[in-house]
Write a protein that binds this ligand. Structure first.
Ligand code: SAM
Length: 260
């Protein structure tokens, strides 16, 4: 609210989101695969390639990455892998911030079992609300990523303003999120799939209909591409071009902003 108090609805949403992700933390990969029919892996890969981050050979300044709502670490590990394979960068550092301790625990576990970053001192996992990021200094990060996280925020604009705050001048903001299918015939099919089939599949595969129902509704309520691009601008970012790239007809979109 204007007075800094949180409404009951805001607190309820935060609790609900916490519950959803605690209950899906260990089945998280299956959930993503169900939600996107496996395509989320390609989208994430595309985001990482598009950003093409890493210390260039003639640079001696490691990058500071921040992956918010980083959950199980997919984007974080992917960005560090890309930096190494493409640029030989084995110095840049990653912070994964997520509001949910169960998701972070899953991320830490995967970090030590699936990657070589576990004992490298290059990656840290911290429990943080992306709307505030209290533990992150202003003007301290080169790259801010958020994948399939921001639609769960109670106050999305606060999250964007915070992204702007923590980035250094010249820093890049990149958001991958479910979005709105722009072709109306395709949207009809997509809506039919998401409203009826997804909760059912959630029930059959993960025995968790309610979490999937929540996810479908949160996608439906998320602002359309143009509206979200305006919110990115409002946070202070320079938004190149129209500000977004649609993936799979707009089922998902990548929004980019630069802090000038
Ligand atoms: N980025 C990961 C990926 O793409 O695989 C995880 C995405 S998962 C669908 C959404 C994540 O957002 C969950 O881990 C959840 O805990 C986190 N989240 C929800 N609200 C948040 C908030 N206000 N601040 C930080 N993280 C939040």
């Amino acid at each position: 609210t204007h007075f800094g108090f949180r409404t009951v609805a805001e607190e309820e949403k935060e609790k609900l989101v916490r519950g959803v992700f605690s209950s899906v933390a260990s089945k998280y990969d299956i959930m993503n695969d169900v939600m996107s029919m496996g395509v989320h892996r390609l989208w994430k890969h595309h985001l990482i390639n598009k950003l093409n981050c890493g210390m260039r050979p003639n640079s001696n300044r490691p990058l500071e990455f921040l992956d918010v709502a980083g959950g199980t670490g997919d984007i974080a590990f992917g960005l560090l892998d890309h930096a190494y394979h493409k640029f030989g960068d084995n110095l840049s550092k990653m912070t994964v911030a997520d509001i949910n301790p169960d998701m972070l625990a899953e991320g830490r576990k995967r970090c030590s079992s699936l990657t070589s970053y576990g004992n490298s001192g290059r990656i840290q996992f911290i429990e943080q609300n992306g709307e505030k990021l209290d533990a992150i200094e202003s003007n301290s990060k080169d790259v801010y990523t958020i994948a399939f996280g921001i639609r769960n925020f109670t106050d999305i604009q606060a999250g964007l303003n915070t992204a702007y705050r923590v980035l250094k001048p010249g820093g890049i903001f990149a958001c991958l999120e479910f979005s709105q299918v722009e072709n109306s015939a395709l949207d009809y099919i997509y809506q039919a799939y998401s409203f009826s089939l997804l909760p059912l599949m959630g029930q059959l595969i993960a025995n968790d209909r309610d979490s999937y129902q929540y996810l479908v509704e949160s996608i439906r309520r998320f602002p359309k591409q143009d509206v979200f691009a305006d919110m990115v601008r409002k946070a202070g970012f320079y938004v190149p071009g129209k500000g977004y790239e649609n993936l799979t007809f707009g089922v998902a979109a990548i929004h980019i902003g630069v802090k000038l």
